[in-house]
Design a protein around this ligand. Structure first.
Ligand code: 6R9
Length: 651
């Protein structure tokens, strides 16, 4: 059987550097030693019910205790049945009851420089008042609510108010189009939309209410709209449909007991783009998701009461759900929120924020790190980054060159880097170093967290050997996994559980090395098949990026008469690119990887098509490389002009 038939992916890039845990870093609340971690991992694997059951009892506040920790086979596993709980209570009330009401829950900075701090007491009050507003609007437990807002504290308030009364939120990233909003309103059968007049982005107003108005022309289920005033932009308010947030809140009482909800009560739906067809409404439930968000935040970020933690994601993405709002607040921590762009008013904004608020834990994405590198070291070097004690990354495999830059220029070689692999569907971090105890290797997300049991298998479900690329699967259920795709349980089973018998299939290719470290090689749909060799896009891209002139690269296959697939490289170069550089890069890749990965085409591009969360959309690049029109869903694309420009980059 050839490699292509067996589902194996050949690994061709070998990164051998190992960084021991920095001596400066002592875990405050996370695992203290590798042995402690190994023991917990083994125990969770052998006895998941005992492991998760104990954690749920110790860490979640129950209105009524659960009677069964887990029941049913994957994918129908139910968690903590019989228990009654509330996510907003878990994030707010219990900290106030413990005497921490005066602690800062959210530190917020708007793009124009306005600032707000909400203590736990303040956040609790606003959440209760807004929950009462929702009730007054006729919202009941189980109703779906669309939230389409900029990164302002009211976004978190709206989420937690939904959770308080058991309404299921569906957050749509504030940069999506009216069409995207309408599709998601309809799929979720949303009753209410919460939005703002507009938000700030690079000094300009991003209109939101206008997009909502347009979406409502074809969203029949939506009855009412609540509008938060952020910029003062001119908006049309439709009588008996549209209401101002501040007017509704004016005389609202702050007394709103948290609803007692079943463990499996739907907490939220979050749409994730399918590679083709309509977006998938990933649904998470209350107790399992909350336990996952809370424990993984504590383990991976070592988030303690003394920390100021900043996750730069947008809340419209799962990273923002789990690691700006639910995870940090469930831990009673201080979470930072920034409204705007990293390069406004200049490329030093993030580092000024780190200095100003003395941020200790910083979590961002490889796409941002590559942008910081391109902008130059002078920006971070201007700021005092000595408060930082840990760095995190999520969203894509991180190229070793970007990892090294993050480690030296931002982390001053003293901060552990947690490269966290997970997905919208997994609800929380699955594979990641534990800070201060796991030795790290640039480009590897290292080892599974306790309770996570992955494997690398071929198409037939057989585990492959060390360093052989294959399909990344999960062999055991975990509490924070998705429960269904909203309104389409069949698609849920089909997408994640039908490829490999008895396992959750993540859609990623990966290999495990001789130390048990995982190396994610990218989406399996993106794998190249060159003369029968299945190559990872990430590895060829990392080879390109390791060249001094290259800031970013995306590699896709295109139909090739002899090889089956040829290798087409879209490259963003420091000086724009030249024929000379093309030759040099071709040689460079041959040297780094071997003749098999010799690029057939190199196209220089000023920018690459990305999702709003910063992932390169290779699917669209494949169409361009093949000279086709793009067919699939493009609603998640960040900048539509990028595509037109790329079509002009003929080799
Ligand atoms: C959290 C999030 C999930 C996909 C996932 C994988 C890629 C995320 C990664 C990573 C390598 C990491 N991904 N983190 N690949 N290393 N540390 O990103 O969720 O938007 O659903 O994307 O992102 O391909 O399958 P989501």
């Amino acid at each position: 059987m050839s490699a292509s038939e067996s589902g194996n992916i050949e690994s061709v890039l070998h990164e051998t550097r190992v960084f021991p845990p920095p001596a400066e870093f002592t875990p405050r609340v996370s695992f203290k030693t590798e042995e402690e971690y190994e023991q917990a991992w083994q125990h969770a694997k052998d006895n998941p019910a005992e492991f998760w059951g104990e954690l749920a009892q110790e860490n979640l506040t129950w209105f009524e205790p659960f009677t069964s920790t887990m029941s049913g086979e994957m994918p129908e596993t139910k968690w903590f049945e019989g228990g009654k709980i509330n996510a907003s209570y878990q994030c707010l009330d219990r900290h106030i009851e413990a005497g921490h009401g005066n602690k800062a829950a959210i530190i917020w900075e708007g793009e124009p420089g306005d600032t707000r701090v909400l203590r736990y007491q303040d956040l609790h009050r606003e959440v209760c008042r807004f929950a009462n507003v929702l009730k007054r609007m006729g919202i009941e437990a189980g109703d779906r609510i669309t939230i389409y807002m900029p990164m302002v504290p009211e976004l978190a308030i709206a989420m937690l108010a939904c959770a308080r009364i058991g309404a299921t939120h569906s957050i749509i990233f504030g940069g999506f189009s009216a069409d995207a909003v309408a599709d998601r309103n309809n799929d979720a059968e949303a009753k209410l939309v919460i939005t703002a007049d507009a938000g700030w982005r690079r000094g300009k107003e991003v209109p939101l209410k206008i997009a909502v108005d347009e979406s409502l022309e074809r969203s029949p289920t939506v009855e009412k709209v609540i509008v938060y005033q952020r910029t003062g932009a001119d908006v049309t308010m439709v009588p008996d449909r549209d209401y101002w947030w501040h007017e509704l809140m004016e005389n609202e009482s702050a007394d709103c007991p948290a609803a007692s909800l079943d463990s499996e009560h739907p907490l939220f739906i979050l749409y994730t783009s399918g590679s083709t067809g309509k977006p998938k409404g990933v649904m998470h439930t209350t107790a399992g998701y909350m336990l996952g968000a809370q424990m993984t935040t504590k383990w991976v970020f070592d988030l303690s009461p003394e920390d100021t933690y900043w996750c730069t994601a947008d809340i419209g993405w799962i990273t923002g759900h789990s690691y700006i709002v639910y995870g940090p607040l469930a831990n009673g921590a201080t979470t930072m929120m920034y409204e705007g762009a990293p390069n406004w008013p200049d490329e030093g904004r993030f580092w000024e924020l780190v200095e100003k608020y003395r941020v200790t834990l910083f979590y961002t994405a490889p796409t941002a790190i590559r942008a910081f590198m391109k902008w130059g070291d002078q920006f971070p070097q201007k700021a005092d980054l000595s408060s930082l004690r840990l760095l995190g990354t999520v969203g894509e495999p991180i190229n070793p060159k970007a990892w090294m830059w993050y480690h030296t220029v931002i982390g001053g070689e003293r901060c552990p880097i947690v490269d966290t692999w997970w997905q919208t569907e997994t609800g929380g971090i699955m594979i990641s170093p534990l800070p201060g105890i796991t030795p790290t290797k640039p480009g590897s997300c290292t080892k599974p967290l306790p309770g996570v049991v992955p494997a690398i298998v071929d198409e037939s479900g057989q585990e492959v050997g060390d360093n052989q690329g294959g399909l990344l699967v999960m062999t055991q259920p975990w509490p924070h996994m998705l429960r269904t795709l909203y309104g389409d349980h069949e698609r849920f089973v089909d997408t994640y559980f039908s490829k490999i018998d008895g396992c959750y299939f993540a859609g990623d290719g990966a290999r495990k090395d001789e130390d048990g470290y995982y190396w994610v090689m990218g989406r399996v749909d993106d794998v190249l098949n060159v003369s029968g060799h299945r190559l990872s896009t990430m590895e060829v891209e990392s080879a390109l990026v390791s060249h001094e002139q290259v800031t970013e690269a995306a590699v896709v296959g295109f139909p090739h008469e002899l090889k089956g697939e040829g290798i087409c490289c879209f490259v963003t170069a420091k000086d724009g690119g030249s024929e000379e550089l093309k030759k040099e890069l071709t040689q460079h890749v041959r040297k780094q990887i071997g003749a098999i990965a010799t690029p057939d085409q190199i196209r220089f591009a000023a920018a690459l098509p990305k999702t709003r969360s910063g992932k390169i959309m290779r699917r669209l690049l494949r169409d361009i490389a093949a000279g086709r029109e793009s067919a699939g869903d493009t609603t998640t694309l960040e900048d539509f002009t990028v595509l037109a420009k790329l079509r002009e980059t003929e080799d």
